[in-house]
Design a protein around this ligand. Structure first.
Ligand code: P6P
Length: 341
């Protein structure tokens, strides 16, 4: 074998082995000379929490951490033992990260600000365990995060405005999916990447097929809770009926009731996820800051779309931390169709 052939073979071998998350971040960071490594540090820390949550999710039955804490969170939802464990782990890791100036959690009434320092450039929104009500029945659940640059003065504590930024200001967003495997899907504005946790080595690896994920422009799947159909506005009902009965690509229903799992399937296979406003609840159910906006950022980076029915989700500027919003997110054609209805 010539030297050139050996070099080519090594290149091929290097390319054929899945890249681990550290190597991926190193390569991405090399594309941005101005990068300080802060974002990489935060993502690495979030990945550490996800490995721990993955272990808890997959061993909960043995360790008997199913069940509730007996408390109700700011959303009015029953808090599971696992919700609390996951929330505490995210808080602990973010509190110790030198680049994080504060965070806000779906489980916490208000945001948390750390003592100001020059390096603390970012704030983090997270939903520690989304869909956790499915957890006791072994259904896939997830964690969702969004990272913003703080807009307040670095000499001061972060304030509410740092957490109420337009979705366009997200520098990074992603989710961890605790399913048949544990995955990290994230974007930093340069495409969508899907990592799978290799439990044999405890590392997230990036199979080539999950680099720059593109959502199919058209879909044959719709995800909505049909149990709420009596509360939908007529235009939602007409839209869903059309998706089911159209001649080209009539849709099948797939609804897990876990946003991360429902979105992830539609991201890979094409389709649309809808949680609309309802009669009596025009804002819908999903939280704008820690669910709709990160999911919308990923959808758009994958060539899809996300709207609240009238506005691009990423253009929305929240009025309050736990503001909810209707969401229609997924394949471009299906979301565009919704706006026509
Ligand atoms: P429903 C889970 O509680 C969640 O926040 C999302 O993960 C999911 O998409 C939605 O609520 C399901 O809500 O009303 O259909 O049970």
């Amino acid at each position: 074998m010539s030297i050139e052939q050996a070099e080519n073979s090594r290149e091929r071998n290097k390319n054929s082995l899945p890249v681990n998350i550290q190597e991926h971040f190193r390569r991405e960071q090399a594309l941005h000379p101005e990068a300080t490594g802060a974002l990489t540090s935060i993502l690495t820390d979030l990945s550490r929490v996800a490995k721990s949550i993955s272990y808890l999710v997959n061993t909960a039955g043995i360790k008997d951490i199913h069940g509730t804490t007996g408390e109700v969170n700011v959303q009015g939802e029953t808090v599971l033992k696992l919700d609390e464990r996951a929330n505490e782990q995210f808080k602990e890791v973010l509190r110790s990260n030198p680049y994080v100036a504060g965070f806000a959690s779906e489980e916490e009434e208000s945001f948390v600000a750390f003592s100001p320092s020059e390096k603390e450039k970012y704030i983090v929104w997270f939903d520690p365990l989304d869909g956790s009500s499915n957890f006791d029945t072994n259904v896939s659940i997830g964690s969702i995060f969004a990272i913003y640059k703080r807009i307040s003065d670095v000499k001061d504590l972060v304030n509410e405005k740092d957490f109420l930024q337009s979705g366009c200001n997200q520098v990074c967003a992603g989710y961890f999916l605790y399913g048949t495997s544990t995955m990290l899907v994230y974007t930093a504005g340069n495409g969508v990447y899907g990592f799978t946790l290799d439990p044999s080595v405890g590392e997230f690896v990036l199979p080539e097929s999950y680099s720059r994920i593109q959502i199919p422009e058209k879909g044959k799947i719709y995800s909505i809770n049909e149990g709420n159909s009596s509360k939908w506005n007529p235009n939602v009902k007409n839209y869903i009926d059309y998706l089911k009965t159209r001649d080209e690509d009539p849709c099948s229903a797939r609804y897990i009731g876990s946003l991360v799992a429902d979105f992830h399937r539609n991201l890979l296979k094409g389709g649309v996820f809808v949680y609309p406003g309802e009669i009596g609840k025009p804002e819908g159910k999903l939280r704008l800051c820690c669910e709709s906006k990160p999911i919308a950022f990923i959808a758009e980076q994958a060539g899809g779309m996300a709207t609240d029915g009238n506005n691009r989700i990423l253009d929305l500027v929240p009025r309050s931390l736990h503001q909810r919003s209707p969401i229609v997110v997924g394949s471009k054609r299906e979301v565009e169709l919704y706006t026509e209805f």
